[in-house]
Design a protein. Structure first.
Length: 414
């Protein structure tokens, strides 16, 4: 089904869900990476100021050489972050990038966003972990304050904008990844690498607990990202338990570049409240654990396990199509099976710039390709708000969700 601007989808009754309608709806993005969502114009500007080498210094040139429409695999996709990371080593740059990301979301109707990034990639001589978090928070706070001072928000006619910060630990890193990683690898040169990766995650968990407690930064969750195969979640268990003891939520990149057992480990070993991607959830072929004899039963049990516990899956349609060679058409994506099994799902961008997408684009694809009804779309949007790691009280969260969903109904009615 073509995804043109004019294309309209019959949803429920006489209602037609167009891209324009979706753009007006209140939305969330619970899985978006700061480093993958920098404006290309900003990347070029900061690279020139900081004398950072880029393959091109034009937007089109960067799209032709690095930020492509399609990628061969996850490894090629992740090369984009080498260039964005190079301009994210200063506090003022991080604040600007975070501010612009929030504004870009606001401009397409996103009212709540959870921005994630790996502070250890940007810490070193110029900034420590706390300063990295502060810099990002400054940009997000500025965008929030500006938006919420608008007359429509102040009057209560529209819901306000809010955000949370998700901090990513890295499953794997090498010397040269950042000044911080260089130091920790040198200090533990004779330790097993898996122990060092786990220790880095534990230190990160401690730093974000401190930043939230002492500086009021709305860090809402911990995550692990990076190369999945060969780097199991269990290495980071201590970090996740420290986070849990301090009331931090937990999400995990899992089932993106490894099999369903990675998703199971993320939930059982780390206590994940949400799963990033989960693309391999229904794939018996992706199971690598030879001790699993009845693969179909394992998948069925895992799906029921996730559904019973309302573990939410952060679905990133475009990103998955770009990094999973086995997905030849969007129709092949497991999102439809997730919906059929009544799993809690929310539509996310992953990386706005790297994947050339927006939340509006992602939801429009979901509606178009998978034929979602208005009721299904409403549930999908509601899950985004309900399963968010909202940093305020539960009472405030319920009020905020109701305000956003009331506005959803208003937009649909109009």
């Amino acid at each position: 089904m073509p995804l043109s601007e004019k294309h309209q989808v019959r949803a429920e009754g006489d209602i037609r869900i167009t891209r324009e309608v979706i753009a007006k709806l209140p939305k969330t993005d619970l899985h978006v990476h700061l480093g993958g969502s920098i404006r290309l114009e900003t990347l070029i500007d900061l690279a020139k100021k900081d004398d950072v080498q880029l393959p091109s210094y034009t937007v089109q040139g960067l799209r032709d050489t690095v930020f492509k429409e399609s990628y061969q695999n996850l490894e090629e996709y992740l090369k984009c972050f080498v260039h964005t990371g190079a301009v994210m080593q200063k506090a003022e740059n991080l604040s600007r990038i975070a501010y612009e990301l929030a504004v870009d979301n606001q401009n397409e109707g996103v009212r709540y966003v959870e921005v994630r990034f790996a502070p250890q990639r940007y810490a070193g001589d110029r900034m420590d972990l706390s300063q990295v978090l502060e810099a990002v928070n400054i940009g997000l706070t500025k965008a929030k304050r500006e938006f919420n001072n608008r007359e429509a928000v102040v009057s209560g006619a529209e819901p306000p904008f809010d955000y949370g910060i998700i901090v990513c630990a890295m499953r794997y890193f090498t010397k040269g990844s950042s000044g911080y990683f260089n130091e920790i690898l040198s200090a533990h040169a004779h330790s097993q690498k898996s122990r060092v990766f786990g220790l880095a995650s534990y230190e990160l968990a401690g730093s974000i607990v401190k930043a939230r407690r002492n500086k009021g930064i709305p860090v809402v969750a911990i995550d692990i990202a990076g190369r999945e195969k060969g780097y199991p979640p269990i290495h980071h268990r201590d970090a996740y338990m420290l986070a849990q003891r301090n009331f931090l939520n937990k999400t995990v990149h899992a089932g993106e570049a490894y099999g369903p057992e990675s998703i199971f480990q993320a939930i059982t070993e780390l206590g994940a409240d949400r799963i990033g991607h989960g693309t391999s959830l229904f794939s018996t072929e992706a199971i690598s654990d030879r001790s699993i004899k009845d693969r179909r039963r394992y998948i069925d049990d895992l799906v029921r396990f996730i559904a019973d516990r309302r573990v939410t899956i952060e679905v990133c349609l475009t990103s998955n199509m770009q990094t999973a060679p086995e997905l030849h058409r969007l129709e092949d994506h497991p999102f439809r099976k997730m919906m059929e099994n009544r799993l809690s799902c929310t539509i996310c961008t992953d990386n706005r710039t790297v994947s050339h997408t927006t939340v509006t684009d992602e939801i429009y694809k979901a509606v178009s390709v998978f034929g979602l009804s208005t009721a299904e779309l409403k549930n999908l949007v509601a899950y985004g708000f309900k399963r968010s790691f909202f940093s305020h009280s539960y009472r405030e969260k319920r009020k905020y969700v109701k305000q956003c969903m009331d506005y959803f109904e208003k937009v649909i009615a109009e």
